[in-house]
Design a protein around this ligand. Structure first.
Ligand code: GDP
Length: 340
């Protein structure tokens, strides 16, 4: 990407729905280069804060849907089918991914080119795989910014997909309006493989693969999940997690799930929950940015390097406590900053 990038022109091309400009803009926010970060921030500043939806299908702003589930439950098949249902209603859809495994292996599971083939050819769908080679925190930050960009580009619905491993569900749940946990009928004890913490995040639980000889198992699983969810305190006062059956392969259950997403959105909009949730998310985002930036400044601060390296060794050897070392390093850094 050239240095003389025209930020205002890029912003207006993004807002006009230019897909190539959008792809370039996302590449810019994903970049770790310092000059790119400055340009990315300028770009985000240029965008309108919120965009009213023109379709009438969504209430006001675009809706952000998080989808998680263990590998193999059918996430990409489901997003392909559900996404095609949404575009058939005249909605524009963006699919982003938070895939922490991609930062470890260098290759993204969610970015696999064979996934969502049909949707990726759909002019009303925009699919972006997870940026590789980063920490989960880094991926999550950049995905939030990518979400702002796709919404500015006129997408009514943004799906953020994540694999059901590690901490990524928490990061995704904290950047979306509604969080869907996708499961598949297993043989026997359905709940065993699902962490309770993940169940607590779910606003909607979808038992996929409710078809053929798995239909009966899916019904049993749905009953088990309903019972389990009844024991969990709801995330918000106005909504208790609901359980639905679907077959991504046959396309069944999708319309009902979309109706439920919209009902969720209007329910939470009415009691103010949606606004509260977004504003709490924005405040947490602010503190994550402060934390990450401060850490990055400290790590790259030459004047702190010697002290950090010495205290790291001592903490490792157990001769100094992490708390004392952290306080000392930070105090020295801030004092130096004051004097400079
Ligand atoms: P992901 O790893 O969660 O993204 O799962 P995939 O979408 O790749 O699906 C895993 C496997 O489950 C594939 O073989 C799909 O064809 C199959 N699958 C996905 N959805 C359904 C469904 O609704 N019914 C049935 N029978 N199979 C499904």
């Amino acid at each position: 990407m050239s240095k003389q990038i025209d930020i205002a022109a890029l912003a207006s091309a993004v807002c006009a729905g230019d897909r190539r400009a959008l792809a370039r803009a996302i590449t810019l926010v994903e970049s770790t280069r310092a000059d790119h970060r400055i340009q990315a921030e300028a770009l985000l500043e240029e965008l309108p804060a919120a965009r009213p939806s023109g379709t009438g299908e969504t209430a006001g702003e675009g809706i952000r849907i998080g989808i998680t589930g263990a590998p193999g439950v059918g996430k990409s098949t489901f997003i392909e089918a559900f996404g095609s249902h949404l575009t058939s209603l005249g909605l524009r859809l963006a699919v982003l991914a938070v895939d922490p495994s991609s930062s470890r292996t260098g290759g993204s599971i969610l970015g696999d080119k064979t996934r969502m083939e049909e949707l990726s050819r759909n002019p009303n769908a925009f699919i972006r795989p997870s940026p590789a080679g980063r920490s989960l925190g880094g991926v999550a930050r950049r995905t939030r910014e990518a979400m702002v960009l796709v919404e500015a580009a006129g997408h009514d619905v943004t799906i953020v997909e994540t694999v059901g491993v590690g901490q990524s569900e928490y990061a995704v749940a904290d950047m979306v309006d509604i969080f869907i946990l996708l499961v598949a009928p297993g043989g026997g004890d359905e709940l065993q493989g699902i962490k309770r913490g993940i169940m607590e995040l779910a606003d909607l639980l979808v038992v996929n693969k409710a078809d053929g000889n798995m239909l009966e198992g899916a019904n049993h699983a749905a009953a088990d999940y309903r019972n389990a969810l009844n024991l969990i305190r709801p995330k918000s006062a106005g909504w208790r997690a609901e359980v639905y059956l679907a077959s991504a392969l046959q396309g069944s259950g999708l319309a009902e799930i979309w109706q439920t997403v919209k009902r969720f959105q209007t329910t939470l909009a009415e009691d103010g929950g949606a606004r509260r949730s977004r504003s709490a998310q924005a405040r947490r985002w602010l503190w994550e940015e402060i934390q990450d930036d401060l850490r990055a400044e400290l790590r790259s601060d030459r004047g702190s390097a010697a002290l950090i390296s010495e205290r790291e060794k001592q903490v490792g050897a157990g001769t100094v406590t992490p708390t004392a070392a952290a306080r000392e390093i930070l105090a020295a850094f801030l004092r130096r900053d004051e004097n400079s």
